[in-house]
Design a protein around this ligand. Structure first.
Ligand SMILES: Nc1nc2c(ncn2[C@@H]2O[C@H](COP(=O)(O)OP(=O)(O)O)[C@@H](O)[C@H]2O)c(=O)[nH]1
Ligand SMILES: [Mg+2]
Length: 464
């Protein structure tokens, strides 16, 4: 009796929990977050009408009744611009949605029929789905919590490779006239910080990913605030610690160190405490193909950035994240986006390459018992797979329209299934052309590749 009762209570609690899910979408800039969320909302809104969602079990079994947008719970967070995105896609010629630059949120309610034994349909139930889009760059800041200003400065300057150094040149020559004991006024500091931030965005533009502090690239609402006005100090060393720490509070060193601590306490930590810790599930989007197209140093850099980013999901007992925030994400997806940029015969390689790129973090996650799945997808499929005959041989190709609206028919090349060896970059024939989005009337479901597989993994079990 007692047992039955506790079981019943447990069921109630479970159902209560199942009625709500906070699903977060992240990835570095241009990874495809906006496209993904736009498509996700669009697909769910069209479930049971014209969306192709065969890999989502509840849709295949015709139990998913529909989705509605309702007002979001956190009034302080910007709304995800879904209508604006759909509007761009429905213009002639269609345009990709404008980039977004911070955190945003949208709430959906899904209605579905539960499943009973013997395939019978049960009652209707509702799942409240909170969708959150936030920049992956913010996660690059987690390791910054392990440093103090001195060790961070050292680490940052050491991490700059020769190519990357080029973009910091301007800032470094401005710094060369300064010493840690100088007393520096506010406006000079602001100018130097601006140059440092510019060096990060230039490196970002040039295809680098592993850049810190993450908020300098995507400041959100902190644009221009003094908390973002610091930078590493070139030339300081651990062996000078005592001398540096004895400097007066007006010195350059102490001023920067104070701002660094403030950034840790008031920017990095609150994001984890107020947002990250509350996510139930997470999908990390990765533009593997873009990096492959950008050459070896950028590809290497993406790999570094991803292993840093993934540390936020490492729940190992002694991990930093666990000590600080004890998050509750119970399921993770990692997706290579823009799969419509390669022919379907290359999709398996794309997933294999993604897994190779994330081999270490995936191992750690499995060890920490966090279920994780890697897949490839196209949130909004901009091409069609075709075949042509070339000298009697069949050749798969892609058809689409370039960003200039001109029709294109191309074979983009092979995706290596493992981390590319050195000589890959020399003999590489990989054409990564931008495609404009497919023509859309704004009223039908968007074409996609494996959005349904992503949905099944991320929320299928909540629609049982
Ligand atoms: N062909 C194709 N391009 C995509 C897809 N998703 C994103 N893109 C491209 O990648 C760019 C950046 O995507 P966006 O969603 O804005 O990235 P975000 O910065 O992570 O939000 C878009 O402007 C498109 O050019 C996709 O599914 N297919
Ligand atoms: Mg975006």
């Amino acid at each position: 009796m007692r047992r039955a009762l506790t079981q019943e209570i447990q069921n109630l609690i479970d159902r209560g929990r199942d009625r709500q899910l906070r699903l977060a979408v992240t990835g570095l800039s241009r990874a495809g977050k906006t496209a993904f969320l736009t498509s996700l909302v669009n697909q769910l809104r069209h479930a049971g009408i014209d969306a192709r969602l065969d890999l989502l079990k509840a849709a295949r079994e015709e139990r998913l009744l529909g989705a509605q947008r309702v007002s979001q719970p956190d009034l302080g967070i910007p709304r995800f611009p879904f209508d604006e995105a759909m509007h761009s896609l429905a213009t002639t010629p269609p345009r990709w949605p404008e980039p977004t630059r911070g955190i945003s949120e949208l709430r959906l309610t899904l209605r579905y029929r539960t499943r009973r034994a013997h395939g019978l349909l049960g009652d209707t139930a509702t799942l409240t789905l909170d969708l959150i889009d936030y920049p992956g760059e913010w996660l690059l800041d987690l390791p910054l919590l392990e440093h103090d200003f001195l060790s961070w400065s050292e680490a940052q300057l050491k991490a700059m490779g020769p190519e990357r150094q080029r973009y910091a040149h301007d800032w470094q020559s401005a710094m060369s006239a300064l010493t840690p004991q100088d007393v520096v006024d506010e406006s000079r500091l602001a100018a130097l910080a601006e140059r440092y931030a510019a060096s990060l965005s230039d490196a970002r533009e040039a295809g680098f990913s592993h850049l810190q502090p993450g908020r300098f690239l995507l400041p959100g609402d902190l644009q221009g605030a003094p908390v973002l006005q610091f930078f590493p100090l070139p030339g300081v060393q651990e062996s000078d610690r005592a001398t540096l720490e004895a400097l007066p509070s007006t010195s350059l060193y102490q001023t920067l160190a104070r701002r660094f601590r403030y950034y840790q306490q008031h920017v990095v930590k609150p994001f984890y405490r107020e947002h990250f810790r509350r996510f139930d599930r997470q999908i990390v989007l990765v533009d593997v193909l873009g990096a492959l197209n950008a050459g070896p140093e950028r590809f290497e850099d993406l790999s570094l950035a991803l292993s840093t980013l993934m540390r936020s999901f490492d729940y190992g007992k002694r991990s930093l994240i666990n000590r600080l925030f004890a998050p509750r994400i119970d399921r993770l997806a990692i997706a290579a986006t823009k799969a419509d940029h390669v022919t379907p015969d290359q999709h398996a390689n794309l997933v294999a390459l993604l897994e190779a790129l994330l081999a270490e973090p995936i191992k750690d996650l499995r060890y920490a018992d966090v279920p994780v799945r890697a897949l490839s997808l196209a949130a909004i499929r901009a091409t069609q797979a075709r075949e042509i005959e070339d000298d009697g041989r069949r050749q798969p190709v892609l058809r689409g329209h370039g960003l200039d609206d001109q029709p294109l028919l191309i074979y983009p090349g092979d995706v290596p299934p493992t981390l590319p060896p050195r000589d890959f970059w020399q003999r590489q024939g990989f054409t990564f052309t931008g495609f404009r989005p497919p023509a859309s009337d704004g009223a039908s479901a968007l074409p996609h590749i494996r959005m349904d597989a992503a949905l099944e993994w991320l929320l299928g079990d909540k629609l049982r």
